[in-house]
Design a protein around this ligand. Structure first.
Ligand code: PSU
Ligand code: MN
Length: 295
């Protein structure tokens, strides 16, 4: 079922470092053409560090690891937001789809990749006690033996609950040169991490140790973005977006795209710039880790 792009095939065969990139951010996270430009910057960042980017997505039903740059615009033609459970349906019905963290990790792991860069992983949504909403990303991270680099989890989530679930699921969360759990736009969510690493080689070492213990879960490596925003300001914007969500009765998988779109519109350009810079920053670190894993 899996289609591996030719450049990624060659890279895997010759033992080059490869970094998976998700496409839900392309189809449902950022507006056009910022999304395409950002993906290009992430891919360039990976190359600059000596690794090969593997853009993961669903192209006319083909579950693809290594969507070529000239095919990216086609992904935007009436795309689904594809989590793991959508992949088989999208394949049978020939759909286009942007893959979430869950679906990207699923496909990347099956293609034999070891490293994946994203913005923020999904998690436990605020208000889960009255309305249960927990991202499939968390479950996917329990069965994908990758290093996943992110700026923590999305600001719209209940971050404390998200960290608790990651602990329950035995997914290690390690801070890259930080003991503060980043909240996407925010450098320090106020939550502490008790495991910190100092170099890409150390991240690679932890992954290798997990592999030799036959631990199949992801290693979540987090770092703050290079252009963080004020926590109180982000909190205010998120509260506003959440209220609008309630008013419009949005639910299910539309929640995350709705909140992100609303935040981007509320904040002018600030949040989007912060989002873009952290994506590129994470692609760089992921490439360093992928190169370190090859040594
Ligand atoms: N964070 C962003 N933009 C995004 C996402 C996260 O800043 O587009 C996407 C990721 O692909 C993540 C997904 O996997 O949202 C989670 O969606 P849900 O909460 O429906 O599982
Ligand atoms: Mn959800």
């Amino acid at each position: 079922m899996l289609v591996i792009g030719s450049e990624v095939q060659v890279a895997l065969r010759s033992g080059q470092a490869v970094v998976a990139l998700e496409t839900a951010v392309l189809t449902h996270g950022l507006p056009t053409p910022t999304n395409l430009e950002t993906m290009a910057r992430m891919a360039e960042a990976v190359r600059r560090k000596g690794a090969v980017p593997a853009v993961v997505g669903v192209l006319r039903g083909q579950l693809t690891v290594g969507v070529a740059q000239d095919e990216w615009p086609e992904l935007l033609d009436d795309p689904w937001k594809c989590s793991v459970r959508d992949l088989a349906v999208a394949a049978v019905q020939g759909r286009n789809g942007g893959t979430t963290v869950a679906a990207t990790a699923f496909l990347a792991a099956r293609a034999g990749l070891k490293v994946f860069a994203t913005g923020g992983v999904g998690g436990v949504h605020r208000g889960f006690a009255s309305h249960l909403d927990i991202s499939a990303d968390l479950r996917a991270l329990t069965e994908t033996p990758l290093v996943v680099v992110s700026a923590g989890a999305k600001s719209v989530l209940d971050l404390a609950a998200t960290l608790e679930v990651l602990e329950t699921l035995s997914v290690p969360v390690i801070g890259y040169r930080t003991s503060a759990f980043p909240g996407f736009y925010v450098a320090d969510s106020g939550l502490r991490l008790d495991r910190v690493v100092g170099s890409p080689a150390e991240v690679a070492g932890v992954r290798r140790a997990m592999d030799s213990l036959d631990q199949r879960q992801a290693l979540l490596c987090v770092q703050p973005g290079p252009r963080p925003l004020d926590a109180a300001e982000v909190e205010r914007l998120v509260a506003d977006a959440m209220a609008e969500l309630g008013r419009q009765g949005v639910h299910g998988k539309a929640v995350t795209p709705f909140l992100l779109d609303h935040l981007n519109r509320l904040s002018g350009q600030d949040l989007m710039r912060s989002n873009i810079e952290l994506l590129v920053h994470n692609a760089e670190l992921a490439a360093d880790v992928a190169v370190a894993l090859r040594r």
